[in-house]
Design a binder for this molecule. Structure first.
Ligand SMILES: NC(=O)c1ccc[n+]([C@@H]2O[C@H](COP(=O)([O-])OP(=O)(O)OC[C@H]3O[C@@H](n4cnc5c(N)ncnc54)[C@H](O)[C@@H]3O)[C@@H](O)[C@H]2O)c1
Length: 258
């Protein structure tokens, strides 16, 4: 019988992380969820026969302790997906709360770094592994989210640095870059009129936003041997946003896209 791959998902209690935990469990992986939300993480872990390690990814020592727990319970990690993150509303730099700004960097950027270090060490020992970080369309272009946007650009650069540093150990490090994903919070904002889906779709090439399962599919590919020659890339899962956003706004919009 084939040995199960051990897959660790930070932020696996909700959204993209949850969809990824379910996708990798369906692939036959032994899944461990690291999340600050104990109740949801336990429920997801239970439903897929996975494990749960409570942890605030902003706390490096807590991540190291969770990595030891996962190794004890399941063995060393073969796959790491860093989906734990905070998602803000848009705001002006001059008005932003500096406490919230610092916390976002601690969770989104430092949390990614902490997990890559803790589980990367387990992978180095065995000379194999695949890491997938959560970038965003924010990794590529300026958007009015002053802590989140540069943090996602930094995560893309961190992914490239790690890809080179860990490549000689047989470890691949890639990123996915989703556009707006149709998660329950976005659906609620659209339904309550806080977000205009027509305007959002107007700067995409496709007419449908990705679902969490679509992002999980891209992550599962990058984590699999099918991607064995791919490292250091950010794979947009963006319904064509990166291609469309400047095209659609050229000279205020071109008539044939109406
Ligand atoms: N949803 C989108 O539209 C979208 C688009 C692009 C990128 N992303 C990225 O995808 C990732 C997941 O987003 P999502 O939409 O699934 O969000 P989500 O809120 O549904 O899930 C995030 C998970 O992270 C956990 N978490 C938050 N802070 C934590 C901490 N300090 N320690 C441990 N766990 C923590 C939460 O409890 C939650 O389970 C994030 O990195 C986000 O930036 C999301």
């Amino acid at each position: 019988m084939a040995v199960k791959r051990v897959a660790v998902i930070t932020g696996g209690a909700s959204g993209i992380g949850e969809a990824t935990a379910r996708r990798l469990a369906a692939d036959g992986c032994a899944v461990a969820i690291l999340d600050i939300n104990r109740a949801s993480a336990e429920a997801v872990a239970k439903s897929i026969g996975g494990h749960f390690a409570p942890c605030d990814v902003a706390d490096a020592e807590a991540v190291d302790a969770a990595a030891c727990q996962v190794e004890r319970e399941l063995g060393p990690a073969d796959v790491l997906v860093t989906s734990a993150g905070l998602i803000p509303n848009s705001e002006a730099i001059m008005d932003m709360d500096m406490g919230a700004h610092a916390r976002m960097w601690e969770v989104n950027y430092n949390g990614t770094l902490h997990a890559c270090r803790a589980f990367g060490r387990q992978m180095i020992e065995r000379k194999r592994g695949a890491i997938v970080t959560l970038g965003s369309i924010n990794s590529r272009l300026p958007l009015p989210l002053p802590a989140y946007n540069p943090g996602k650009a930094a995560i893309e650069r961190l992914t490239q640095l790690l890809a080179v540093e860990l490549g000689r150990h047989g470890i691949r490090v890639n990123s996915v870059g989703p556009t707006y994903v149709m998660t329950p919070p976005l659906r609620a904002k659209v339904d309550s009129g806080q977000r205009d889906l027509g305007k959002i779709m107007g700067v995409h090439a496709l007419q449908h936003l990705p679902e969490p399962a679509d992002v999980a599919e891209a992550i599962a590919f990058l984590a699999s041997d099918a991607a064995k020659a791919i490292t250091g890339v950010l794979l947009p899962v963006d319904a064509g946003w990166l291609a469309a956003v400047s095209y659609r706004t050229y000279a205020g919009g071109v008539p044939w896209t109406e």
